[in-house]
Structures are given as structure tokens and as C-alpha cells.
Design a protein around this ligand. Structure first.
Ligand code: SAM
Ligand code: SF4
Length: 449
């Protein structure tokens, strides 16, 4: 039942797509409780920061935002208005009561596995004077309790199928902030996907920290892998496209590779983080694969789906990385050829094994290596996009553009496409003739039907 409520909330999301999915679910829970969303933080009775802990910069940004929000809370109080401040997400999980110690204006700290309890905890925060810190790991409870959305905000919808990670790469906080690997049951995912399709979603983006390790319970009780799940979701009426992210090279099964050849809805795009091209670094990172194995895996994926666009994550300046190791990463990038990629300077995270290593790489060396790598990746991205010039591709349009008759969407290869056409194409797939390419986007025209 909806509570009588005239309150407003402001919600800011940091970090990955899983946080975006969680924020959407929190917004749904608050709407059911009668809250309305505001973009004006000064006007909000409830402020939620859904935070990211993956690199130091992301975590520190939260504390600087909290300082500003505390000032707003003080000003509102002088005007006789109360403000509840909640910190959610991975900083909440990792730092718990340290957050309220550093910023006492925070009322509620809530980890990613407790979001289903958000409305109840807000009421407690409003009525009690002490800080509330909720960072338990109750497993399945969150997904069971949090309802699927009533409307898809975009034709492309996120669907979290797996959460947590058991890999323990030595640089990474995820196994500590999101907990052990957990796969949601197939039947629940099918039900949620059907609701999303009924609400207007045309594309499902299956999310998981380690999504290709998915092994959810199937209808007969037997565990099903990601490829089986994809095949079942592809049968749902209205679902034209399926993507998944983020994958680990060790969990790229033959069945999943085959699905790229066989399932027309599965888009020709694969985000497969490699992190480094140096075996010495890969071992120190506990990545459980070698550079040559990655290159071989890519060859098998390309044999199944020759036009597949490849994406990856890289870390430069991991403790002990030498110029030679950095060169090996450059060589791997040249050998593979990426359509896009993310690269980061290594950021020591408290509590992870790599943070305790003594041979940290100086900041200016990390910066130099990052620039070199990014220049090569940018060049490859530009070249990948340039190859599409003159071709015609189906584009799923997500929103109107700035100019009259312009629409913005994604190609099968996840390229951002601006196209002009006669009609309203938002939420629809239409063919686009590509007339211009840039490093990060394409332009084209939608031929008259
Ligand atoms: N599960 C995915 C995988 O296996 O690669 C990625 C998860 S993480 C949210 C996304 C990316 O952040 C990683 O692939 C890695 O490149 C980067 N990352 C994680 N920890 C980092 C750290 N301590 N410093 C710099 N980058 C980091
Ligand atoms: Fe982090 Fe990914 Fe490694 Fe898991 S597999 S520890 S999420 S980088």
C-alpha cells in the first residue's frame, strides 16, 4: 500500500551499471512509498548517494559531496526543514560507520544487499537520533523483495542476473563490497524480463560483476549457464537485443561463444577485461589467465562471430610493473584490436592484497603509461568506427537529439549513433546509412520507409 507522503528525494549514482540498476530499484521503492524525485538537492527531504569504491577518486568524491550536502542540511534546518542523508552502495559497504565518523551529518549507511529495507530504514532515521548502519549480506532477499519496474525508462533495460565475485583479483574491492558470487534463478529473471518487455524494453543488458560465471537455478532445479539463460530470454516477445557485462576470460565457455554465432538477438559486442598483457602482472593480479590464452580466446570468439566488436579494461602501473610489462600490454592491444576500452591508473584500495605491496609505481610513470595506452586505444576505436562509413546498420534509438529530426541510439556494436529521419524513432529500431564517423560516435540518415 502506498503511504501518504509528500516528500521529495534526490538520488545521485556513481560508478557502474549495477549501481544504475540498484538506483532504479530504489527509486521504484521510494515511489511506492509516495516520494517524488527532485533534481534540486536543496529541495530534497531525502538525499541518497549511491556510491562507488572501485578507485580512490570515486570514494573521495563522495566525501566532498557530503560536505556540500551537510551545508544544505544546515540551511534547511534553519528554515525548519529536516533532511535525511543516506549513503548507499559500495563505499557504504566498505566503510560502514567510518562514514558517519567522517561526516556526522549522515543519518543512514546502507550496503547494496539491504536496499529492500530502504523505506523502513528511512522511517527509523527520521524518528531516531542515532546513526543507522546496515551492511549485512542477506543474499537473495534483496532481489525477491525489490519489485521489477513498472515502466522501462529507456528501450534498453538493465537486468542484474548475478552479483558478487569469488575471483579475488589482488587489486579489486568487489569481492569485499558485493560479497560472494550469487546467481538469480532463471524463472525470476524470465519474469522480470517479460515485465521489462511489456513496459517497452527492446534490449536487455544482463549485468553481473562476473556475469559469464552465471549459474542460476533452472526450472528443473539444474543450474543453467549464461548461454542457456540468453537463449531463453531471446524467446521473449519484444526482446530484439541482448547484451551482457562484465565478463571474466576464465568463464568464457564454448557454449557462450557458440551463442554469439547462433542467437540473432545476442549483439556482436563483447566486453572482456584483460587488465594487462604481461603474464608477470597477470599472475601478480591473480587473474588466473595468461596473455596468450586471452589472445587465443579472442580468436575463438572471432571464429564464431567474425564482426564482433571487442572491448576491455586495463590497469596501468600495478605494483612492480616495469616498462617491459607496459610494452607487453601495448603488444596485446595491437594483436587484438579493440573497438573501445577503458583504462585506469592502478589505485591502491584499502584491504586488498596489492595495496600492501611495497613496489608501488610512481604517479608520473603511471600517467605516462596511461597516455600511451589510451592513445593507441583511441586510434583503434577511430579505425573501428571508420570501417562502418557507407554501411547501413540497425540502430535502436533511445532519445531525440538536440537538432530537429535527430535521434540518438546505439548500433549493434554499441557505437553511439546520431541520425536524422522523418518521424518519431525514439524506442524503435531503424536502419541508418552511416555518412560520417568520429572516434566516439557515428552520424547518419534514416532512409524514408
Ligand atoms: N569484473 C570485472 C573484471 O573481471 O574485470 C570488472 C569489475 S571492476 C568494477 C571494473 C574495472 O575497474 C576492472 O576491470 C579494472 O580494470 C578496474 N579496477 C578495479 N580495481 C581497480 C583498482 N584498484 N585500480 C584501478 N582500476 C581498478
Ligand atoms: Fe574484481 Fe572482476 Fe577480479 Fe572479481 S573478477 S575481483 S570483480 S576485477
Amino acid at each position: 500500500m502506498q503511504r501518504a507522503n509528500t516528500k521529495t528525494y534526490f538520488l545521485k549514482t556513481f560508478g557502474c551499471q549495477m549501481n544504475v540498476y540498484d538506483s532504479e530499484r530504489m527509486a521504484e521503492a521510494l515511489a511506492r512509498d509516495g516520494y517524488s524525485q527532485t533534481e534540486d538537492v536543496g529541495n530534497a527531504d531525502l538525499v541518497i548517494l549511491n556510491t562507488c569504491h572501485i578507485r580512490e577518486k570515486a570514494a573521495e568524491k563522495v566525501y566532498s559531496d557530503l560536505g556540500r550536502i551537510r551545508d544544505i542540511k544546515d540551511t534547511r534546518k534553519r528554515d525548519g526543514k529536516e533532511t535525511v542523508i543516506a549513503v548507499a552502495g559500495c563505499v557504504a559497504q566498505a566503510e560502514g560507520s567510518e562514514i558517519t565518523r567522517r561526516q556526522p551529518a549522515v543519518d543512514l549507511v546502507i550496503g547494496p544487499q539491504s536496499y529492500h529495507r530502504l523505506p523502513e530504514l528511512i522511517v527509523r532515521a527520521e524518528t531516531k537520533s542515532e546513526h543507522i548502519v546496515e551492511t549485512e549480506f542477506p543474499g537473495d532477499e534483496k532481489f525477491t523483495a525489490m519489485k521489477a519496474p513498472r515502466r522501462a525508462s529507456s528501450p534498453s533495460a538493465f537486468l542484474t542476473v548475478q552479483e558478487g565475485c569469488d575471483k579475488f583479483c589482488t587489486f579489486c574491492v568487489v569481492p569485499y563490497t558485493r560479497g560472494a558470487e550469487f546467481s538469480r534463478p532463471v524463472a525470476k529473471l524470465e519474469a522480470e524480463a517479460r515485465e521489462l518487455a511489456a513496459a517497452g524494453a527492446k534490449e536487455l543488458v544482463l549485468l553481473g560483476q562476473n556475469v559469464n560465471a552465471y549459474h542460476g537455478e533452472g526450472p528443473s532445479g539444474r543450474a543453467m549457464g549464461l548461454a542457456e539463460l540468453i537463449r531463453r530470454l531471446a524467446d521473449i516477445d519484444g526482446i530484439e537485443r541482448i547484451r551482457y557485462m562484465t565478463s571474466h576470460p576464465r568463464d568464457m565457455s564454448d557454449d557462450l561463444i557458440a551463442a554469439h554465432a547462433e542467437v540473432p538477438q545476442l549483439m556482436p559486442f563483447l566486453h572482456l577485461p584483460v587488465q594487462s598483457g604481461s603474464d608477470r602482472m597477470l599472475t601478480a593480479m591473480n587473474r588466473k589467465h595468461r596473455a596468450a590464452e586471452y589472445i587465443d580466446l579472442i580468436a575463438r570468439v572471432r571464429a564464431a562471430r567474425p564482426d564482433i566488436a571487442l572491448s576491455s579494461d586495463f590497469i596501468v602501473g600495478f605494483p612492480g610493473e616495469t616498462e617491459e610489462d607496459a610494452e607487453e600490454t601495448i603488444a596485446l592491444v595491437k594483436a587484438v584490436g579493440f573497438a573501445q576500452a577503458f583504462s585506469f591508473k592502478y589505485s591502491p584500495r584499502p584491504g586488498t592484497p596489492a595495496a600492501a605491496l611495497e613496489v608501488q609505481v610512481p604517479e608520473d610513470v603511471k600517467t605516462g603509461r596511461l597516455h600511451r595506452l589510451q592513445a593507441l586505444l583511441d586510434e583503434q576505436q577511430g579505425a573501428f568506427n571508420a570501417k562502418t562509413l557507407g554501411s547501413t546498420m540497425p540502430v535502436l534509438f533511445e532519445r531525440p537529439g538536440r537538432n530537429p529530426g535527430e535521434f540518438i541510439g546505439r548500433s549493434p556494436y554499441l557505437q553511439l549513433v546520431h541520425a536524422v529521419g522523418d518521424g518519431n524513432f525514439t524506442g524503435r529500431t531503424a536502419n541508418v546509412a552511416v555518412t560520417e564517423t568520429r572516434r566516439v560516435s557515428l552520424s547518419g540518415v534514416i532512409p524514408a520507409a
